[in-house]
Write a new protein. Sequence first.
Length: 253
Amino acid sequence: MIVIGGGVGPMAGVGLHKNIIENTQTDGTDQTHLRVAHFSASDCISDRTKFLLGEVMDSPAEGMAKVMQMAEAAAQKAGQEAVAGVPCNTFHAPKIWDRFIEILQEGGSNLKMLHMLNETADYIATMLPNAKNIGLMSTTGTRSVKVYNQILEPRGLNIIEVPEEIQPELHDSIYNPDWGIKAIAPVTEKAQSNFKKYADILQKQGAEAIILGCTEIPLALTEPEHNGIPLVDPMVALARRLVQEANPEKLKK
């Protein structure tokens, strides 16, 4: 069984589920798809960026651990082993992720958790082996703790981000309650235009590929490339690995 720890951007969980389906090899019938348990519980998971910036004290790790405990109970009821992922880049900041894993281990969990950012790094190494300068769009929380830098720089990759004075605007394009990608579906023209602009900026700075480092950004940038620059969707990397772990024979080529 595949488990999606959703609610960290509810539409992001839907996007991961969609990617799992699209990367699963079937014979065209419903019955040959993998079993997926998608738990979306936004009300019990605090905002990741606000936690990292010290604006809220409740750790998202606590709420997501409860979600995964529910998921594991469902897997046990079904008599299945489970592999799980969380479709939120900022959730993988060590201050959140490490505590999350610690809680699961303290509770004796047998869930196999995949780390989306590590899977993204492996995906880049496989699909774009010659790319060295990697653009990154992300929330201010992800940017502030440099979680992608910690993972990619030891692999010899250089991270390129939008200038600091533009980062608040990028963050607002994610969170704005009136037109941001987390608040409005389908994506507003303003949000989509903004993310195309940020991709242009990163390209001009020398990016050879761009990581869409917030799981809702692919809703605004839906093509695999932007002006010839590959766009890397961490949820695709995570989805493919989840399928592979659940049943290697089901992974599409």
